[in-house]
Write a protein that binds this ligand. Sequence first.
Ligand code: CTP
Ligand code: MG
Length: 221
Amino acid sequence: MTVWAVLVAAGRGERLGLDQPKAFAKLGEDPLLAEPLRRLDDSAWVDSIVVVAPAGWEEPSILLAEELGCGKVRACVAGGAERADSVRNGLAEVPDDAVAVLVHDAARPLVTDDVVERVLAPLSEGWDGVVPGLQVADTLKRVGGDGAVAETVAREGLWAVQTPQAFPPDVLRRALASHPGGTDCAASVEAAGGRVKVVAGDPKLLKVTTREDLARIASWL
Ligand code: CTP
Ligand code: MG
């Protein structure tokens, strides 16, 4: 009865715009990947980890895990063209008897044991997925290419969703096979007819997209 984490780190990081992939951008002294890897390895809830590295960066990813002493890393595989492809490659390493899989973006380095516990706990109640989210606080407007407001969108019931996202492994496998198109794993599970629950996320689970995000997260460490 093991919990597996699939840490997806295979994106190019185009919006960050560095020479190396985002996972190897420096956050303090170490590559960005080091922070979420260490945190998942330290987690009381996580038994085994699969790292999904950018193609050609498997070797430095394995070396990093060894340097950090991350003993739960069972595999390191190359990612694919889209995030869903990377998740699928990682999921292929998760055994059928795993009780849950957590999919986490390496670009959200500040994952905590509290949020991991919050997404894992409801799985035993029969949910097909559990995701952390933050209720949207700002007013939302749909804006056209010319900067003109097309409409103000009702904010009620809108949540911004983060990772780690928890699923029964077979549910996620089937959803990614039949509905690979979503921008997160939960979208595939929803499209496949699954019931997904949202629990409290964490503002510090900010995703590194730009250099400003990297600086902000460094200042929180
Ligand atoms: N990811 C991945 N494989 C892909 C695309 C994304 O493993 N083909 C991962 C990223 O490494 C990241 C997470 O999915 O941890 C969220 O993606 P995003 O923030 O969009 O990262 P990038 O795709 O790397 O950035 P950009 O879109 O700016 O190129
Ligand atoms: Mg991307």
